[in-house]
Design a protein around this ligand. Structure first.
Ligand code: NAD
Ligand code: ZN
Ligand code: ZN
Length: 369
C-alpha cells in the first residue's frame, strides 16, 4: 500500500513528507494504522546525525498509538481492531531476559532492530524500488506501519490514543524507573533531576509508590510547576549547589532515591552524590552524549550508595504498558498537562523546533486531522 510518512533522507536536514510503499505484514508481523505519535528527543537525536548508530533513509517515530488493521501468519496476541501502543523495547516472553523478573531487555530481535530491519532482516518500507529502514523497529511517523507482534502492547479500547502514545516511551520510562527499577518504598524521600516527560513520569511514579517527599529539580520554573502537578512536594532550581541544597533538606543525609532524567553527566553525578549514605539508590534514565562518562568518587559507593540504569523504566512492555494505561484511566496518572501541541504529520519538523525551544512537554502528531 502507499502511505504518507516522514522520511529521514539526510542527517541534519528536515524530514521529508513522502508517499512511500509499505508491504503487507509477514509471519509474526502486524499492520498498524497510527492514530497518534509523540515527538521525542531520540527522533531528533537520530535526525540531527548526532547518533553514531543512526542510519538513513529511514522513517522515524517511536511513540506511536494506533489500531491493528491486519495481522500476518501465526499472530496470536492481537486481532484487527485492537488498540495498541508501539514498543521500541519488545517483549517476546521467551528469551532468557523476558523470563527473568530482573530485566526488560528482551533479546529476541535486538540485532536486526538496531540495524533498522524487521526480525527477518528485511524491510517492508521502500520508495522507488529503494528500501527504507524501520527506525527503532517502530517507524511511527507514518499513517501505517508494520511491526513485530512482540513489539505491540494491546491496551484498553477506551483509552484515548492521542494521549496513550506518551506511554510508548518517555512517560512509561519515568513511571517505571520509580516503580520497577528503584521500587520506591512507602514513606521515602525522592529527588528527581529533570522535569521533562521522563522526569515528570518519575515524579508520578514516586507518588504512586507512596513516597512522602518528592523533590523535583529543573532549570525551568514552568516545568517545576508541572512537577508539582504530578506530585512533587518541593521544587529546586538546578545548579552547582543542588547537592548541598538536597543535603540541607534531608538532615544532611540525602535522599532514599534519586532519579536523573536530563541526559547530562554532571547531573548524573549530582544524583549519585545526593543519594543517602547507607542505602541511597541513584537511578540514571538520561542518555548521555557519545563518549561521555559518569564521574563518581568511589567513597560514595563504599558508604552504601548504589547506581542503577533504567531502559524504558524496566517496563516489560506487553505486560505492563496496559497496566499503566489502566492506572491512567482510573485517574491515578494525569496525562493531559504533558501534551502541549497537536500537529499534523507534515508539521513534524515544527515538532522538533518546539522541542528545541522547550515549548511544552510533548508535541503529538495526529493522523486523522
Ligand atoms: N532510559 C530510557 O529508556 C529513556 C527513554 C526516553 C528518554 N530518555 C532520556 O531521558 C532524558 C530525559 O528525556 P525527556 O524527554 O524528559 O527530556 P527533556 O529535555 O524534555 O527534559 C530534560 C529536563 O532536564 C532539565 N535540565 C537540564 N539541565 C539540568 C540541570 N543541570 N539540573 C536540573 N535539570 C536540568 C531540562 O530543563 C529539562 O526540563 C533524555 O536524556 C532522554 O534521551 C531515556
Ligand atoms: Zn522516546
Ligand atoms: Zn524476550
Amino acid at each position: 500500500m502507499r502511505i504518507k510518512a516522514a522520511v529521514l533522507r539526510e542527517f541534519g536536514a528536515p524530514l521529508q513528507i513522502e508517499e512511500v510503499e509499505l508491504a503487507e505484514p509477514k509471519a509474526g508481523e502486524v499492520l498498524v494504522r497510527l492514530v497518534a505519535c509523540g515527538v521525542c528527543h531520540t527522533d531528533l537525536y537520530t535526525a540531527s546525525g548526532a547518533d553514531p548508530s543512526g542510519y538513513a533513509p529511514t522513517v522515524l517515530g517511536h511513540e506511536g498509538a494506533g489500531v491493528v488493521e491486519r495481522v500476518g501468519e501465526g499472530v496470536m496476541s492481537v486481532v484487527p481492531g485492537d488498540h495498541v501502543v508501539t514498543l521500541f523495547s519488545p517483549q517476546c516472553r521467551q528469551c532468557v531476559h523476558c523470563l527473568d523478573a530482573r530485566t526488560n531487555l528482551c533479546l529476541a530481535i535486538r540485532e536486526q532492530q538496531n540495524k533498522g530491519y524487521l526480525p527477518d532482516g528485511t524491510t517492508r518500507l521502500g520508495a522507488g524500488g529503494e528500501p527504507i529502514r524501520h527506525f527503532m523497529g517502530t517507524s511511527t511517523f507514518a499513517e501505517y506501519t508494520v511491526m513485530p507482534e512482540i513489539a505491540l502492547a494491546a491496551i484498553a479500547p477506551e483509552a484515548p490514543l492521542d494521549r496513550a502514545c506518551v506511554f510508548a516511551c518517555g512517560l512509561s520510562t519515568g513511571l517505571g524507573a520509580a516503580m520497577n527499577t528503584a521500587r520506591v518504598q512507602i514513606g521515602s524521600t525522592c529527588v528527581v533531576f529533570g522535569a521533562g516527560l521522563v522526569g515528570l513520569g518519575a515524579v508520578a511514579g514516586c507518588r504512586l509508590q507512596g513516597a512522602e517527599r518528592i523533590v523535583a529539580v529543573d532549570l525551568s520554573p514552568d516545568r517545576l510547576e508541572l512537577a508539582r502537578g504530578q506530585g512533587a512536594t518541593d521544587v529546586l532550581a538546578g545548579g552547582p549547589d543542588t547537592v548541598q541544597q538536597i543535603l540541607d533538606l534531608t538532615n544532611g543525609f540525602g535522599a532514599d532515591y534519586t532519579f536523573e532524567a536530563t541526559g547530562n553527566v554532571g547531573v548524573m553525578r549530582q544524583a549519585v552524590e545526593s543519594a543517602r549514605m547507607g542505602w541511597g539508590l541513584a537511578t540514571v534514565c538520561g542518555v548521555a552524549g557519545k563518549g561521555e562518562t559518569l564521574d563518581v568518587v568511589p567513597r560514595f559507593l563504599i558508604t552504601g550508595r548504589r547506581v542503577a540504569g533504567s531502559s524504558f523504566g524496566g517496563v516489560k512492555g506487553r505486560d505492563e504498558v496496559p497496566q499503566l494505561i489502566d492506572r491512567w484511566l482510573a485517574g491515578e496518572i494525569d496525562v493531559d498537562p504533558l501534551i502541549s501541541h497537536r500537529l499534523r504529520l507534515d508539521e513534524v519538523n515544527r515538532g522538533f523546533e518546539l522541542m528545541k525551544a522547550q515549548d511544552g512537554i510533548r508535541s503529538v502528531i495526529m493522523f486523522d486531522s
